[in-house]
Design a protein around this ligand. Structure first.
Ligand code: SF4
Length: 361
């Protein structure tokens, strides 16, 4: 069955590394956005997973979440809400549960205060521990924690502190992202133009970030949290059912600004900013922008190789991509077993270059 993604692009602060079309925006725009979103959701298909992402959907007024849920009126196998640590209260969590939410993804990023301070985030490690305990007390055990490898000032020791803190929480799911600084973010322009405010001089280099990622893979695996996708780790059975749809090429439908959709044949996305989204709604126009019909054979590898389970090529795949398979098996970027091809740890580090070989090959 399909998944539904809802984008809530409003945040309490703009993080220094972020270049999403999300951030601090006027309150009036939020209200108009909610009206447009509810109108767009009227056409949502049957689905069994929901993902409320952003932005910071945990900052949404609980009645607004309830409104979204009653518009959809589905029974969710998995319904995730992305939450900013430090903002959780028992009343909010109960309201989320009342609206069907049964999984929380906490945007922790680091457990080390100076690293967090430089990103612009307001929480600290104690707040995260409090949030996880509160969620569990109220019956939500399906919790994910995000970390970023490569934040300004991060060292092997401070990274280990964050990994140890994550393990101590005993959450069943984690996402570990390698910092990618976009030139358009405040940290990105500081790296380009110079300055010290956001820690541009202290961003670890590519090799250090790759080492931190590999340390995370090993450390989490030792504690039973195994990588099932390049950036995602879970105890057995705690993999995100919604996110797996992306990598299995199952249908998903995105609502709100910058939301992406795939119906099994065609991909499309909505306009990027909340303002454009509201404007289109005001003019009675669809928020959709250009759509594409991807080649399933390309996407089988482009998307599927992200998964630790890998991809099983058939005879036509070998005809089309055989040379690339052989080359990467020989150079140690791919490995093969039981008829499946998988990225090796080394292959993951250059995965974007490998994926490109499967586009228009
Ligand atoms: S990183 Fe997340 S919380 Fe920070 S500004 Fe971007 S979308 Fe908002």
């Amino acid at each position: 069955m399909a998944g539904i993604y809802i984008s809530w692009p409003f945040c309490a602060q703009k993080c220094t590394y972020c270049n999403f079309a999300s951030g601090v925006q006027p309150r009036g725009l939020e209200e108009q956005y909610l009206t447009a979103l509810i109108a767009e959701l009227q056409s949502a298909p049957e689905a069994d997973t929901l993902y409320l992402g952003g932005g910071t959907p945990s900052a949404m007024d609980p009645p607004a979440i309830e409104k979204l849920n009653s518009t959809l009126s589905r029974t969710w196998r998995e319904a995730t809400l992305e939450a900013a640590p430090g903002s959780l209260t028992a009343d909010r969590i109960r309201a989320w549960q009342g609206a069907g939410i049964n999984r929380i993804s906490l945007g922790v990023q680091s457990f080390v205060r100076p690293e967090l301070a430089r990103t612009g985030r307001k929480h600290d490690a104690a707040g995260v521990i409090h949030d996880v305990a509160l969620l569990r007390d109220l019956g939500i055990r399906n919790i994910s924690v995000d970390l970023i490898a490569g934040l300004p000032g991060q060292t092997p020791q401070s990274w280990q502190t964050s990994l140890d803190a994550l393990i101590a929480l005993e959450v069943p799911h984690a996402s570990v992202y390698m910092l990618e600084v976009d030139d358009d973010s405040r940290l990105g322009s500081e790296i380009l133009l110079g300055g010290k405010r956001y820690g541009a001089l202290d961003v670890p280099n590519e090799n250090q970030i790759a080492d931190s990622y590999e340390t995370a893979v090993e450390h989490l695996a030792r504690h039973g949290i195994r990588r099932y996708e390049i950036s995602n780790f879970a105890t057995p059975g705690a993999e995100s059912a919604h996110n797996l749809k992306y990598w299995h090429r199952d249908p998903y439908f995105g609502y709100g600004s910058d939301a992406h959709s795939f119906d099994g044949i065609t991909r499309w996305q909505n306009v990027e900013t909340a303002l454009e989204y509201v404007d289109r709604f005001g003019r009675g126009e669809s928020p959709r922008t250009a759509s594409t019909r991807p080649d399933p054979a390309e996407e089988k590898f482009f998307v599927g190789l992200r998964l630790a389970e890998g991809v099983q090529p058939d005879a036509s795949d070998w005809l089309r991509y055989g040379a690339a398979f052989e080359r990467h098996l020989a150079n140690g970027m791919l490995e093969s077993s039981n008829g499946h091809l998988r990225l090796t740890n080394r292959g993951i580090m250059v995965s974007n270059e490998i994926f490109e070989e499967f586009v228009a090959a």
